[in-house]
Design a protein around this ligand. Structure first.
Ligand code: NDP
Length: 296
């Protein structure tokens, strides 16, 4: 069986279109332009690429983009002062501090200093708690993107067996909460899980968020299962640099019913969901109806 390919790139384009439509409505009907502030500390090359891409896409959907680039030696006090300023700026509806931060900065302290209603990454402890208790929150972008693709492909996820491989705060744990919220029976696997192949073979939905290139082979996948590959791994093959996921695409695609490719699957959805979260945050800040289909 050849799996259906879930085209994250195309799906992300439809999400951005929806976001752009809401931005136009907010401008025309309410004279409000949603704004996203991105803070980058230091010169990590991968982070610079992400921040550039976020800024570009923010502007493309009609929102204001505020970029704050601070040098690597910035003190914690100065960073917290900037976040405080952004928290109190009514033109800023979303704040994102690009991770990882330089070692001398306390990531938890910094993230938890962002106003929860502007925390468009969904990492603030209040948002983690709200998601865990099934309340309205800002939802982390990568798992939100995975959920949107799963809902789009399946309609209802109710009663499905889902296995999430990985238990990070950024992907694995919030992904599991979202799937539970959609009434899946959820197993979270990690590096200490016993007999991982057998655990994965039970799953109707497999979300792989491990960070190990092509770790999941096709014979772990139940016939017809849906495979969401979050992994982004840079490897060298045949003398060329290549991006691969956490699942072995070729063998998994032979058994799965549907699968996301890498690149072109989960990756593009992450920034699209950041834009979606910003427009949602803007609507909430102004007591306006939230856009449908852009939140969990
Ligand atoms: P982390 O390193 O924070 O977490 C990895 C998880 O995988 C841990 O829970 C770890 O278990 C588990 N793990 C490691 N080895 C094994 C193993 N052999 N068997 C089972 N579980 C294992 O990574 P992230 O969650 O931040 O990211 C995961 C992947 O997703 C990475 O490739 C990353 O680049 C990618 N990513 C992609 C994004 C996108 O936009 N598409 C966004 C964010 C991440 P334990 O807890 O026991 O150590």
């Amino acid at each position: 069986m050849a799996a259906n390919i879930i085209d994250g790139k195309a799906f992300a384009a439809t999400v951005r279109e929806k976001v752009a439509g809401h931005v136009t409505r907010l401008k025309e009907e309410h004279d409000i332009t949603p704004g996203l502030a991105v803070v980058l500390v230091g010169e990590d090359p991968a982070s610079q690429v992400y921040v550039r891409s976020k800024g570009k896409q923010t502007v493309e959907v009609g929102m204001n983009s505020f970029e704050h680039k601070l040098d690597a030696e910035t003190s914690e006090a100065d960073l917290l002062a900037l976040i405080d300023k952004l928290n109190n700026d009514p033109t800023v509806h979303g704040i994102l501090v690009q991770l990882p931060l330089p070692k001398h900065l306390d990531e938890d302290l910094v993230i938890n200093s962002i106003a929860p209603e502007k925390d468009v990454d969904g990492f603030h402890i209040s948002n983690v708690g709200l998601l865990g208790t099934g309340q309205k929150s800002m939802v982390p972008c990568t798992p939100l993107g995975c959920l949107m693709m799963l809902r789009d492909y399946h309609g209802s996820l109710s009663g499905m067996d889902a296995v999430v491989i990985g238990r990070s705060n950024i992907v694995g744990k919030p992904m599991a909460q979202l799937l539970l919220g959609d009434s899946c029976t959820v197993t979270i696997a990690h590096s200490r899980t016993k007999d991982l192949p057998e655990v994965v073979r039970r799953a109707d939905i497999v979300v792989a968020a491990v960070g190990r290139p092509e770790m999941v082979p096709g014979d772990w996948i139940k016939e017809g299962a849906t495979v969401i590959d979050v992994g982004i791994n840079r490897i060298e093959r045949d003398g060329k640099n290549k991006l691969v996921g956490d699942v072995d695409f070729a063998s998994c695609a032979e058994r799965a019913g549907a699968i996301t490719p890498v690149p072109g699957g989960v990756g593009p959805m992450t920034i699209a969901c950041l834009l979606a979260n910003t427009v949602t945050a803007c609507c909430r800040a102004n007591n306006l109806a939230e856009p449908e289909g852009l939140t969990a």
